[in-house]
Ligand binder design. Structure first.
Ligand code: ZN
Length: 58
C-alpha cells in the first residue's frame, strides 16, 4: 500500500506528484513542496479535510 498526491488536483499548474509508504511521510513531502514551489499557498494552507481528499491510497 502506498499514498499518492498529485499537486495538479489542487488546480495548480504543477506537475509535482509524490508517492510514499506512509501518510505522515506524504504530508511532510507536500509541506516541503508547498513551501518551495507555492509560497502563496503556504500562508493559506489547505484544510486537513481538503488534504484527505487529495490523498489516494494506491
Ligand atoms: Zn505543486
Amino acid at each position: 500500500m502506498a499514498y499518492k498526491l498529485a499537486c495538479a488536483e489542487t488546480g495548480a499548474q504543477c506537475p509535482f506528484e509524490v508517492v510514499t509508504t506512509t501518510r505522515d511521510e506524504l504530508i511532510e513531502h507536500v509541506k516541503v513542496h508547498v513551501q518551495a514551489a507555492h509560497p502563496e499557498m503556504a500562508g493559506n494552507p489547505p484544510s486537513p479535510e481538503t488534504i484527505d481528499k487529495l490523498i489516494h491510497v494506491v
